[in-house]
Write a protein that binds this ligand. Structure first.
Ligand code: ZN
Length: 70
C-alpha cells in the first residue's frame, strides 16, 4: 500500500545486484567486493557492518536493487 512499506527492510534476494544511488557503482554478489575483502557469493544483506560503497562511501541505504533483464 504505502511506498514506505519496504523501507528499512533489507529483504533482497541473495543474488540481487545492488546499484549505488550516488555513483552508480553496482554491487554484484557473484563478485563480492575486493575493496572490503568481501568474498564472492556474499549477498548484499550479508555485507559486513559498516560497509559503504567502495567508490563513493555511500551507506547501503543509498543502494537500490538492480533489476535483471527487462
Ligand atoms: Zn557509490
Amino acid at each position: 500500500m504505502s511506498i514506505f512499506e519496504n523501507f528499512g527492510e533489507r529483504r533482497v534476494e541473495p543474488g540481487a545486484r545492488m546499484e549505488c544511488g550516488i555513483c552508480w557503482f553496482v554491487y554484484d554478489p557473484q563478485n563480492g567486493d575486493p575493496v572490503w575483502q568481501v568474498a564472492p557469493g556474499t549477498p548484499f544483506s550479508e555485507l559486513p557492518e559498516g560497509w559503504t560503497c567502495p567508490n563513493c562511501d555511500a551507506p547501503p541505504s543509498k543502494f537500490m536493487r538492480l533489476d535483471d533483464g527487462r
